[in-house]
Design a protein around this ligand. Structure first.
Ligand code: GLC
Length: 479
């Protein structure tokens, strides 16, 4: 089986969020499962950080020119081979040599170019996959081009497509005046991408793809409703009725996120020997300028500061929580200015109880996970969520809202039976969240119960083993 996985970011090369984790670990897991008879490759843009950090491993495969509407652009194709997977990097400094991965004025053109390159790469390196697996709106046009423009060509005819939605809030919505000028789509393809009077790339990929998946079972159901779909529920209900929609919960790279061997944390530990975790907690308390006290519970949030991550709730009751409890709160992440300001202000007023680090920092995040007792993730919507699983690997007990992948990965703790791997609440309501935090804090003060819970949490299998097989089932069915 030949699979080409297309994504705009992948670890360890470039990352702004969960997509990079998945793109960096799923192809490897699939390769591992399928073994020698398979050929799994990935394609992503060559960003400056890849050029800088991986210069020695990058190998030039070929250089071609790629057309996009009236443009004729250079496209260098580089590769790195790692764990049996070939990673291709699309080189064009004009489009990809930027300070950020996204958020540029010409993102539409940049990722249209990337999408066109995905298709052209197949011919350039003579790798026509059985499956093209696209992810999110940045690769949506590759699925659309393949279906509408290339699938009649003999080399491309047999290629089936799977398109994965990692977060339906990001759809790639643009004005129609760039339909042919930037997206190189003819007038008769207008209806393919048309939604609500705009070009909607995600919608185009959903209608063109043989199969559509999203990153948890619960989210696959949720996006059929107006509340969660960001307007696309009509299209997705149709997709579901056609039997083309499914949900597969993400796994994480349990080799990378491993409290027993992680070199980035102060002390390693395991579910059966938590001594190291106490050291990590003390380190975190020092790092945050808090009193070092094993008895004081540390609640962490590591998240993009975006409204849908549940920050309205936090904003509403966090001050009350820290005032009435002996608790320390730490936050790591960047995002919306108003949220950054809110947390900065709180940290200034309660330096002994609140510490915020406004940055995206993988190494620091692991120190936070390892040092924290509880991990708060009260998302308004959460396609899958990886942090609750990562936190679990480091013995930080997740407190989540029951939605999307959070509902699929966290079972509420039952103190009488000793079952469950976290705490959860149902409604998007600040006081409901506060009540469950209060309950978690009460459980924390019972040492033996808490130790049992931490062990439960750490022992859940969040590896790709099960989910990689499910992807392979889809690939096989598509063949
Ligand atoms: C997006 C989603 C997140 C998911 C990740 C990987 O970042 O918001 O829930 O875990 O993609 O699929």
């Amino acid at each position: 089986m030949k699979i080409l996985y297309a994504a705009s970011e992948a670890l360890p090369y470039a990352s702004t969020g969960g997509l990079a984790d998945v793109a960096g670990s799923l192809p490897k897991a699939v390769k591992n499962e399928l073994g020698r008879d398979s050929d799994v490759r990935l394609v992503m843009p060559l960003y400056p950080q890849v050029r800088d950090k991986f210069a020695e491993q990058l190998e030039l495969v070929c250089e071609i020119n790629v057309r996009l509407s009236w443009r004729n652009q250079y496209c260098g194709i580089w590769k790195i081979e790692s764990d049996g997977v070939i990673y291709y990097f699309i080189d064009n400094m004009y489009y990809f040599d930027r300070k950020t991965l996204y958020g540029c004025f010409d993102d539409a053109e940049r990722f249209a170019f990337f999408s066109k390159c995905i298709i052209e790469l197949m011919a350039a390196v003579n790798f026509y996959p059985d499956i093209l697996h696209g992810n999110d709106w940045q690769t949506a046009l590759a699925i659309i081009y393949l279906k509408r423009r290339f699938s009649h060509l003999p080399e491309y005819q047999h290629i089936s497509t799977l398109f994965t939605i990692h977060n339906i809030d990001y759809q790639g919505i643009y004005d129609f005046n760039i339909l042919s000028e930037v997206f190189e789509l003819p007038e008769w393809d207008r209806n393919i991408v048309e939604y609500n009077g705009m070009i909607n790339l995600l919608k185009g990929a959903v209608v063109c793809s043989d199969m559509v998946s999203t990153v948890s079972n619960t989210y696959a159901h949720e996006i059929l409703t107006e509340y969660y779909s960001s307007g696309l529920h009509h299209i997705l209900r149709q997709t579901e009725a056609e039997g083309r929609l499914t949900g597969i919960v993400n796994g994480i790279d349990v080799g990378y996120y491993n409290s027993e061997s992680d070199p980035d944390i102060a002390a390693n530990f395991s579910a059966d020997d938590l001594a190291g975790k106490a050291e990590d907690k003390a380190e975190l308390q020092k790092l945050c300028g808090f009193k070092v006290d094993p008895e004081t519970p540390v609640i962490a949030m590591i998240s993009r500061l975006a409204a849908h991550k549940g920050f309205d709730l936090v904003r509403h009751v966090l001050e009350e929580i820290i005032m009435k409890n002996d608790v320390q709160f730490v936050l790591l992440g960047t995002g919306e200015t108003s949220l950054e300001e809110f947390f900065k202000d709180l940290a200034m007023r309660y330096p002994a109880k609140v510490c915020v680090k406004l940055e995206y920092n993988k190494v620091l995040s692991k120190k936070f996970y390892a040092g924290a007792d509880m991990f708060l993730m009260p998302s308004k919507s959460e396609p899958c969520g990886l942090s609750q699983m990562i936190a679990s690997r480091y013995g930080a007990v997740p407190i989540v809202r029951e939605c999307g992948g959070l509902a699929d990965t966290i079972q509420a703790y039952n103190e009488y039976e000793g079952t469950g791997n976290g705490f959860s609440f149902k409604n998007y309501n600040a006081h409901e969240m506060m009540k469950v935090i209060d309950y978690a804090l009460a459980m924390y003060s019972d040492k033996s119960k808490w130790a049992q819970l931490v062990r439960n949490v750490m022992k859940v299998d969040f590896s790709w083993n099960v989910s990689a097989k499910k992807y392979i089932d889809i690939y096989s069915a598509l063949l």
